[in-house]
Design a protein around this ligand. Structure first.
Ligand code: COA
Length: 378
């Protein structure tokens, strides 16, 4: 076996500092998450998605007038070109929602007047359009999967409330809008997670923002990232009742299978976002099956005792989204609805101080060999 002279490597880049960023701070041992220096607990309790996006993109919280202007700007960018809506309407009824979203986001680039303009101003406009349009796409994908017509956005509603409106065709109540708004704040950014890192790698080649965001959506699709809360919901259904939890967990761990919604590459204590998602799920629990919360609470205790694992962001969001009436297949797309704000921020940060991202591999294949002509091979 021939090895390259590569420097030390770690499996999955775990623990590797892959660059500098002034966007988010995470301390996995103490369970701290901050956006631009602001603690996630304060943002979850006091901020809104629009304010959080402004903070991420501009580095500072907006004044009241700036927030009003920004909210109006985002709401004005929600329209999606008709051919893209037609593509969604004509897609196979069993198409994967994240697969559809990936293609639709890529297609948006073909209709964007700023598509190939790499100026800061154009990138900010594209970030705004992508953030606003992604919600329209996700709602349209879900409506069409249910055999319904897409609903046009309502500019009078905030980002979270408008999403639920476009999904249902009727305005949500204040508790529902606020619960989703908090989810969007909590999911907005999380350092160099897999999808954000994909966006960075793509933008570091100086490819355009739509290409970078398409990479991010494709990466978020996987069950070890954005697909985890969909699997959490399937797991809760599979368990069925709280009294079955110990036996179910024992059998999973005996088979060395993963329990979805537990464990995290960075957090070694409870994910700081989890408590707000749990509170949101509890606030909405009269809107759905209360067993989801009973099973979840029991799982937290049993998995922690058996394996010392804590819940991650996907655990409680599965129940919360269920109580909002969202289909489990659409859960990863709801994640994208928020994370688009973090992705676009990281893409802009990458462009501002760019260096191609190109690591090396440790070669573990065969050593040098003689080429054998095809007719002489055994
Ligand atoms: N269920 C059961 N065991 C788990 C686990 C889980 N969800 N997460 C981690 N572990 C165990 C591993 O089996 C391993 O145990 P071992 O040392 O006895 O073999 C140990 O914890 C370390 O796991 P590892 O895969 O090295 O950690 P990681 O940092 O690579 O994994 C995740 C991080 C998120 C991929 C992993 O925790 C996971 O698969 N979780 C479930 C999927 C999920 O919820 N994803 C959303 C993340 S926000």
């Amino acid at each position: 076996m021939t090895k390259t002279d590569a420097p030390a490597q770690t499996s999955g880049l775990a623990g590797v500092i892959a660059g500098k960023s002034s966007i988010g701070f995470i301390d996995g041992k103490q369970g701290i998450l901050r956006y631009r220096g602001y603690d996630i607990h304060e943002l979850a309790e006091k901020s809104s998605f629009e304010e959080t996006v402004f903070l991420l993109w501009n580095g500072e919280l907006p004044s009241r007038a700036e927030l009003a202007d920004f909210t109006t700007f985002l709401a004005s960018q929600r329209e999606v070109p008709a051919p893209i809506l037609e593509f969604i309407q004509n897609a196979p009824s069993d198409a994967n929602p994240m697969g559809l979203l990936r293609t639709a986001v890529s297609a948006l680039g073909q209709y964007d007047a700023d598509a190939e303009d790499m100026s800061d101003a154009a990138n900010k406009r594209k970030a705004g359009r992508l953030t606003a349009q992604l919600a329209t796409l996700v709602a349209a994908i879900e409506r069409c999967r249910q055999g319904l017509e897409p609903v046009a956005p309502d500019a009078a509603l905030g980002h979270a409330a408008n999403y639920l409106f476009m999904l249902r065709g009727e305005r949500p109540d204040a508790t529902e809008s606020r619960a989703l708004d908090v989810c969007l704040v909590l999911h907005a950014d999380h350092g160099f997670n897999a999808s954000t890192f994909s966006a960075k790698v793509t933008s570091a080649t100086l490819s355009d923002m739509h290409s970078a965001i398409t990479s991010a959506v494709a990466t978020l699709k996987g069950p070890l990232h954005g697909g985890a809360n969909q699997r959490v919901r399937e797991m809760l259904d599979d368990i069925g009742s709280a009294d079955r939890v110990p036996e179910w967990v024992e059998s999973k761990l005996a088979k060395k299978e993963r329990i979805m919604g537990f464990g995290h590459r960075v957090y070694k204590v409870e994910d700081p976002r989890a408590r707000h998602l749990r509170a949101g799920a509890e606030a909405l629990s009269d809107k759905g099956n209360p067993a989801l919360l009973d099973i979840s609470s029991r799982l937290v205790d049993v998995v922690n005792e058996a394996k010392g694992l804590q819940v991650n962001v996907d655990f409680w969001s599965a129940s919360l989204y269920s109580y909002l009436g969202l289909d489990p297949l659409s859960f990863p797309a709801i994640f994208a609805l928020s994370r688009i704000s973090g992705w676009t921020t990281h893409v802009m940060e990458q462009y501002a101080d760019n260096k191609l991202i190109r690591p090396r591999a440790e070669y573990v294949g065969p050593g040098p060999r003689e080429y054998v002509a095809v007719d002489d091979r055994a």
